[in-house]
Write a protein that binds this ligand. Structure first.
Ligand code: C2E
Ligand code: MG
Ligand code: MG
Ligand code: MG
Length: 283
């Protein structure tokens, strides 16, 4: 329809693009102010052993506290993804995570924590120096830290960061490949990356029972993980049947709404107490 209107189509198109760019720009400005004003918050989602129900760690998921609500990354990452703000966010998250880790270790117990880092942060020249500075500030937490790297890396990015991840491992940090099975990367080039854990993407898990193909894929991941001596964690466990089926398939670790959604630090403390009390009771 727009084509028949001749030029006006392009005017319309330009206006829409302008508006989109304006909004992105606006969101960027707001976000950089949020960073400066400490409006970001760490949320935590527990990971458990699906068999014993023991809590094996938590994943850090960032939230932006805006106008009294918590905004999830999906709503602001598109605006900051290709900018330096992403890197600033990641360093803030990493620093805050280590601070929490050190506090928890002092206060009650050593709780392993996974943190998501973007390829952009990992590629940056200051990445390893930053990690070393932070570990010097918070000694003895490296062995409790895991870095989650998205499997959607390009081959070039994988090559650029492989040695950095290797260095992190030498410092005692573990590496997880996140959203496994969603990248366009070949398994051959994934093998060049040093990693300890594979996280099965929630797309395979959530629709496991409706689509039997997903079960076959998960089966092959279970087999790959056990042959290569890696840990396997399922994401997006939303029901009891899926939980049980994962156990039957040999996947022993997982996280998801059926266990708990991501929570604030205060809620996590309460959740851990209740969970442990519940876990002690006979099923
Ligand atoms: P992810 O690392 O794969 O994290 C899992 C996402 O799935 C989280 O979304 C989590 O809230 C959600 N989730 C967990 N359990 C379930 C479930 O049972 N069902 C469903 N439908 N969803 C579930 P969230 O918090 O919105 O984060 C989205 C993505 O943003 C993360 O995916 C991660 O890639 C990225 N992200 C989050 N925090 C950070 C951060 O601090 N730095 C960086 N670089 N990326 C982050
Ligand atoms: Mg993750
Ligand atoms: Mg994931
Ligand atoms: Mg994801």
């Amino acid at each position: 329809r727009a084509r028949h209107k001749g030029n006006s189509h392009w005017h319309y198109y330009d206006a829409a693009m302008d508006e989109e760019i304006r909004q992105l720009h606006c969101l960027r400005t707001e976000f950089s102010q949020a960073l400066a004003r400490d409006e970001l918050v760490l949320f935590f989602q527990p990971k458990i052993n699906l068999h014993t129900h023991a809590v094996i760690g938590v994943e850090v998921l960032v939230r932006w506290r805006k106008d009294g609500r918590y905004i999830a990354p999906g709503q602001f990452f598109p605006a900051i993804e290709a900018t330096d703000l992403m890197r600033l966010l990641d360093s803030w998250v990493l620093r805050e995570t280590l601070r929490h880790l050190a506090n928890w270790q002092r206060q009650f117990r050593a709780l392993p924590v996974s943190v998501n880092l973007s390829a952009m942060s990992l590629k940056h020249d200051d990445f390893l120096p930053m990690v070393e500075r932070l570990l010097a500030q918070y000694p003895q937490v490296a062995c409790l830290l895991e870095i989650e790297v998205l499997e959607t890396l390009s081959q070039q990015e994988a090559m650029q960061i492989a040695h950095k991840l290797e260095h992190c491992r030498a410092l005692g940090i573990r590496i997880a490949l996140d959203d496994f099975g969603t990248g366009a990367s070949s398994l051959v080039h994934l093998q060049q990356l040093p990693f300890d854990t594979i996280k099965i993407d929630q797309r395979f898990v959530r629709q496991m029972i409706e689509f039997p193909d997903n079960e076959a894929i998960i089966r092959s991941m279970v087999s790959y993980a056990s042959h290569s001596g890696r840990r396997l964690v399922a994401e997006g466990i939303e029901s009891q049947p899926i939980w049980q089926r994962l156990l039957e398939l040999g996947c022993e670790e997982g996280q998801g709404y059926e266990i708990s959604p991501p929570m604030s630090e205060e809620t996590l403390a309460l959740w851990l107490m209740e969970w442990h009390a519940g876990a002690a009771m006979p099923a």
